[in-house]
Design a protein around this ligand. Sequence first.
Ligand code: GDP
Ligand code: ZN
Length: 458
Amino acid sequence: MMYETIAAVSTPLGEGGISIIRVSGEGALTEVERIFRSKTKLTEADSHTIHYGHIVDPDNGEKVEEVLVTVMKGPRSFTAEDVVEINAHGGIISVRKVMDLLLQQQIRVAEPGEFTKRAFLNGRIDLSQAEAVMDLIRSKSDRAFSVAMKQAEGQLSTRIKQLRHILIETLAHIEVNIDYPEHDVEELTSLFIQERCGQVISEIEKLLKTASEGKILREGIVTAIIGRPNVGKSSLLNALAQDNKAIVTDIPGTTRDVIEEFVTINGIPLRLLDTAGIRETSDIVERLGVERSRSALQEADLVLFVVNHNEPLHPDEREWMQQIVGRQVIVIVNKMDLPKRLEEDELKAVFGEGSIVTMSVKEQEGMDSLEKSISALFFSGSIESNDMTYVSNVRHISLLKKTLQSLHDAVEASEQGIPIDMIQIDVRTAWELLGEIIGDAVGDSLIDQIFSQFCLGK
Ligand code: GDP
Ligand code: ZN
């Protein structure tokens, strides 16, 4: 199927030297042809060929931009429609001019996500692949990128299809049983249901186990940097982020707000939150910061508790130690370049020797051990393995959980000897729910909702 012709800039404006304008739809070749001058006519070009030429204003013949134009004819294109990609290198202004000229033809601006939506509607990709494209666009670390890539390649859909196949087989057995309701067949069917549903249940449980890891990869490990004023929290954040977003000063309490920074340590994405120090304060501005740091601490997956090598433990610090013990904590003893006045044994007793890193942000000492501790905490287990199917999408997770529920219902009912045609409903529901993950039997509104989240140009 072909839809109206649409166009959008599909590379971020201003990034890199080249911008790509993507045009898709029935009139992609003829409409672009009107403003393109080259040796070959686009309408006569073979699929998957690149053409050098100029974008010209058809009104006055003026050359607007020197371009390379790629022709991909449907269905062998991303959207499965005729697609023309215009590679321009002249920066924002000339890209705008090219866009303007395109929009003066029978072409309109693409809505966010519309290219991917068309790929889905034209059967080129399934829904979980489409969502993976969206995650790809958003993913902020290389590792998250490769997970999204794998999903885009259809790993999750393949698994889901296998599970649905098992359920269809089960449904077929049930069907036979309903047609020939003899006692021993009924018993066999019952066993069959329990075995097959059990198999699907354990597969889904495995997928769900990867879900929290998937979330971490996509959104980053929420990491709160806490500690008393002046222990070096902002300096640490800056050292990790290697830029100067937070203001570093000698006056205690100058980090007034929670500052957020996204960094990648050994491929692990961290969302670092520097806090104003969790302590009672009368200063209103500072109190706002303190409140935010309390909530930052609550939502944190990892706590970096910074203390000063050069000072004895403060009563506040002893209090926080009690609050955060049992969480994922790395204690950072900072300022090791200064003489030791800290009771390290007390920290070791509470958090264990392995969670303590002694370092000096100022002298750039111990950064390696900190980074190692962070990776050790999160990538000791299965998360390293590359061939796992990650489930990282909230919609997928909730559908998988519902599927699990239906299957548990089916198994339970079957164990209790409930009539087979009642059980059939649960199995069928499970099959339909899995179908929703890959976009089988999805209503229009859901589709619109999913695709409207995309960036423009994808
Ligand atoms: P925050 O209030 O916890 O965010 O602390 P800052 O990052 O603002 O640092 C407070 C002061 O400690 C600044 O003057 C830093 O230069 C200094 N500082 C940070 N790290 C070190 C360190 O490892 N050694 C020494 N000697 N000073 C440090
Ligand atoms: Zn600070």
